[in-house]
Design a protein around this ligand. Structure first.
Ligand code: G1P
Length: 295
């Protein structure tokens, strides 16, 4: 049994869709309820058994590193004030010492380039990649579902879901050979194809399990969609050697790299929270269904 122990979090993106907020706050630090987006990705990785967390950052992202630091002074103040709930919230963000690494991407050369920078830290073992923009609300965390499936499906594995055909130009898209339950055998991947040219409407969502052979391919690819080095292209280049499958995860995905997606995620996660749902539900009903009275 090969364990997936390491995960790469590409967090170097600019977050232009959230300007001006992202002028001084990394987009991965934007809150979904009371947790920043990065915390959802890290929690999902932890739930899948990940023990080493590799962040690919860029200039202006130091808030991310600070977030995972111990806040000794703050903890002491909370302790003195008897704020046990706030202390517990901080405790949930604590990571075992020495498990986090940060690598700087000096220029925005694309997701493929970002992942390639993790080569030395990942070494010669399969690893996970999580894009924190994609938040997945699922009964069993999406990466854990994939780790289970990987046991019987070696090779590169990408999370997938069907999107409206008109939206294929926002995603990596799969050319599917055959499907068996949640697993699709893939015979090609294209990054951001126009709807007319897309081989299907099965999109890649930001969860990957990759074989270490991806690093040689990442070194070989040339700039693709958007003039950037694309992870999709490297996976496609390794198709005949390593094999690629798509995993149709169970769960609901929100594109929290967009305002629309973050609003929708806020509603969905807000209604899930026992401490928030009652008042929030009332607000939503009064707002959208004013003709229905709630006691
Ligand atoms: C990235 C990947 C793309 C994938 C998408 C999922 O694109 O390049 O293949 O479908 O994430 O969110 P981005 O959204 O960073 O442009």
């Amino acid at each position: 049994m090969t364990r997936i122990r390491k995960a790469v979090f590409p967090v170097a993106g600019l977050g232009t869709r959230f300007l001006p907020a992202t002028k001084s706050v990394p987009k991965e630090m934007l809150p979904l309820l009371d947790r920043p987006l990065i915390q959802y990705a890290v929690d999902e990785a932890r739930a899948a058994g990940i023990e080493e967390f590799i962040f690919i950052t860029s200039a202006g992202k130091s808030a991310l590193e600070d977030y995972f630091d111990t806040a000794a002074a703050l903890e002491m103040r909370l302790e003195r004030a008897g704020k046990t709930e706030a202390l517990a919230a901080l405790g949930r963000t604590r990571m075992p010492a020495g498990t986090l690494s940060f690598i700087r991407q000096d220029r925005p050369k694309g997701l493929g380039h970002a992942v390639s920078l993790a080569r030395r830290l990942v070494g010669d073992e399969p690893f996970a990649v999580l894009l924190p923009d994609d938040v997945i609300r699922a009964p069993r965390p999406a990466l854990a579902q994939m780790v289970d499936a990987y046991e019987h499906n070696r090779g590169h594995m990408v999370a997938t879901m069907t999107v409206p055909r008109a939206k294929t130009a926002s995603y990596g898209v799969l050319d599917v050979l055959s499907e068996n339950g949640r697993i699709a055998k893939v015979r090609g991947l294209v990054e951001k194809p126009d709807p007319g040219k897309a081989p299907s409407a099965k999109a890649v969502i930001g969860r990957y399990i990759l074989e270490p052979s991806i690093f040689d391919k990442l070194d070989m690819i040339t700039p693709g969609s958007g003039g950037e080095l694309q992870l999709t292209d490297a996976i496609n280049a390794d198709l005949s050697t390593a094999g690629v499958s798509g995993y149709r995860f169970s769960g609901e995905r929100f594109d929290c790299g967009s305002i629309q997606g973050l609003i929708q995620a806020t509603v969905a996660f807000g209604l899930d929270r026992p401490d928030l749902c009652e008042e929030f539900d009332k607000f939503v009903h009064q707002r959208f269904f004013p003709w229905r009275s709630i006691a």
